[in-house]
Structure formats: structure tokens, C-alpha cells
Design a protein around this ligand. Structure first.
Ligand code: CA
Length: 289
């Protein structure tokens, strides 16, 4: 599988790609660059709007606008007008910021936090329900990252990056806590840390490896690595399926934490890539609030 660079965006931390199948465009964020991007593969145009604080993740809403996890809480974002409106702000996350997030199959937006220095397990995983109430599903998280739901929607996969593992929990729409945690994949120690992820129609996890220059494909039933795609940049941060048939893998990258020498060797760090695959993803779930 070959990668193709689409946008030489030089994002500080490109992240959170989400494919809008209604408009056939890709939203993605630059967390530390405080930008939300919208890429149109038909025209090659990549537009962006600024956010007032760091933006960890965005998800689609049913009305075509976005829900975003900014540093300190959840916001509604209209990309067309760049209007941003508060939904919920936390007062329990001093020294932390929101990071990766995604909608669940029942229309709730999940997003987790991490300490600003990335070193303390002071983060948590939250869920924003459609009535705008917020639940804390997990505490003691270090760097909250990838989320994916199994094809049968009975399992949720989750990554807390420094643990170098992918965990599974039972998923049921009525649950108010995450239960039955088990480790389904242990990643190799010399391939960076697992970061953002997505899942294909056969239940395989496509996982970005920050510091590992690759996307790895895992079978969570066996724990085995099935495949990998190597990139010319170290900080590969997240991926999602998009395109007409949901078989193009869109991949975000970053230059954050690279030395000047490393950046000179990886001039594409922060670019958006695409990989044509033989796999197929699912349409992104939308926030119902
Ligand atoms: Ca991430």
C-alpha cells in the first residue's frame, strides 16, 4: 500500500480525521496550531478556520455543523461561518487539555483529556450525551487517544498511548461506566506508541503509531499485527477511512516534538496523506445533540 501526500500542511499536530460522507469531504484538526481543516478531494482544496484554544478533536453533527473538544470542554462549531459556541466547560481538568475524540454508534461524543506535559495520569475519558449532559467514563488516563467501535457495536476499543496497548471494553448504549476491560493488542516497543485509530468492516484496527512512522493493522481477536504502512515522517497521529467507497485511508501527521535536525530530514512532517486500500471503513457516527 503506497501513501500519497495530499496537503503539505506542516501541521504542528495534525489529528482527528473524520470523513463526512454527506459532503464527501474530510475534516481534520491541528491541535497546537489551533485550526480545523476541511479537505475536498474532488478539488484538492484544503480550507481552515481558527479556534480560540487548542482543538483536540471534532465530530460531525446531524445538521452538518461540528462538535469540537477544545482545550477545556465541548463546543458547537459552524465551519462555514467559523462561529463557535460553548456546550459544556470543565472545571476539573486544571493542567490538562482535551485530546482525541469520536462519536459512538448511539450519537454521543466521546473525548478524553491528557496532562499538558503528557507525563501524569491525570486525564479522563468523557461522554457528551445528546441532552448535553456529560459523564466521566474513566479516570487515571495519561494520554487519551484512539477510539473505535466493533462492527457489531458490542465492543469499544480504546488507547491510552503510554500504555502501548489497545484495550477493549464492553459497549452497551445504556452503560454509564466502562466495564470488562481487557488488553487485545500489545504493540512492539520499538514502533513508537499507538495513537489514533479506526476500524474496518472486518473488524481490523488501523492504528497510527506516533514516533513509529507507520500505520499498523491489527486483528483484535488474535492480537496479531496483520500489516503495516510506512511513512516518511515519524509522528503518524491518526487515520480514518473516506472516499466514495470508504476505502481510502486518510492519515494525519505532526512535527511537534521533532528536533530541528529531524524536521529537516522529514520536510513532510505535518502533511495529510491518503492510502488506497482493499479494506472498507464505516461512515462516521454523528453527534445527535
Ligand atoms: Ca492523538
Amino acid at each position: 500500500m503506497n501513501h500519497e501526500m495530499l496537503v503539505d500542511a506542516k501541521a504542528v499536530i495534525g489529528e482527528g480525521p473524520v470523513w463526512d460522507e454527506q459532503t464527501q469531504r474530510l475534516f481534520w484538526v491541528d491541535i497546537k496550531g489551533c485550526r480545523i481543516h476541511r479537505y475536498d478531494p474532488a478539488s484538492g482544496l484544503d480550507e481552515q478556520i481558527a479556534t480560540p484554544r487548542m482543538v483536540g478533536a471534532v465530530a460531525l453533527r446531524r445538521d452538518g455543523s461540528l462538535v469540537a473538544a477544545l482545550e477545556d470542554g465541548f463546543y458547537r462549531v459552524d465551519f462555514t461561518t467559523a462561529h463557535i459556541e460553548e456546550i459544556w466547560q470543565t472545571d476539573q481538568e486544571a493542567g490538562n487539555r482535551f485530546n482525541d475524540g469520536k462519536c459512538d454508534p448511539d450519537g454521543r461524543f466521546w473525548a478524553g483529556t491528557m496532562s499538558l506535559d503528557g507525563l501524569r495520569p491525570s486525564g479522563a475519558l468523557y461522554r457528551l450525551d445528546s441532552d448535553r449532559s456529560v459523564r466521566r467514563l474513566l479516570s487515571g488516563v495519561s494520554i487519551s487517544n484512539g477510539l473505535a467501535w466493533s462492527p457489531d457495536k458490542k465492543t469499544v476499543y480504546y488507547i491510552d498511548s503510554p500504555c502501548r496497548e489497545i484495550w477493549a471494553f464492553d459497549y452497551h448504549p445504556a452503560d454509564t461506566v466502562l466495564a470488562n476491560k481487557r488488553t487485545v493488542v500489545r504493540t512492539a516497543g520499538n514502533e513508537g506508541v499507538p495513537d489514533g485509530m479506526t476500524i474496518d468492516s472486518e473488524g481490523r484496527l488501523w492504528v497510527a503509531h506516533w514516533g513509529g512512522s507507520r500505520i499498523c493493522v491489527y486483528d483484535p481477536r488474535s492480537g496479531k499485527k496483520l500489516d503495516e504502512i510506512i511513512f516518511p515522517v515519524e509522528q503518524v497521529s491518526s487515520c480514518t477511512f473516506g472516499g466514495k467507497n470508504l476505502n481510502d485511508l486518510y492519515v494525519t501527521t505532526a512535527w511537534n516534538t521533532l528536533s530541528d535536525a529531524a524536521r529537516a530530514e522529514q520536510p513532510q512532517a505535518g502533511a495529510l496523506y491518503r492510502v488506497r486500500t482493499a479494506a472498507q471503513g464505516f461512515p462516521a457516527d454523528r453527534y445527535a445533540g
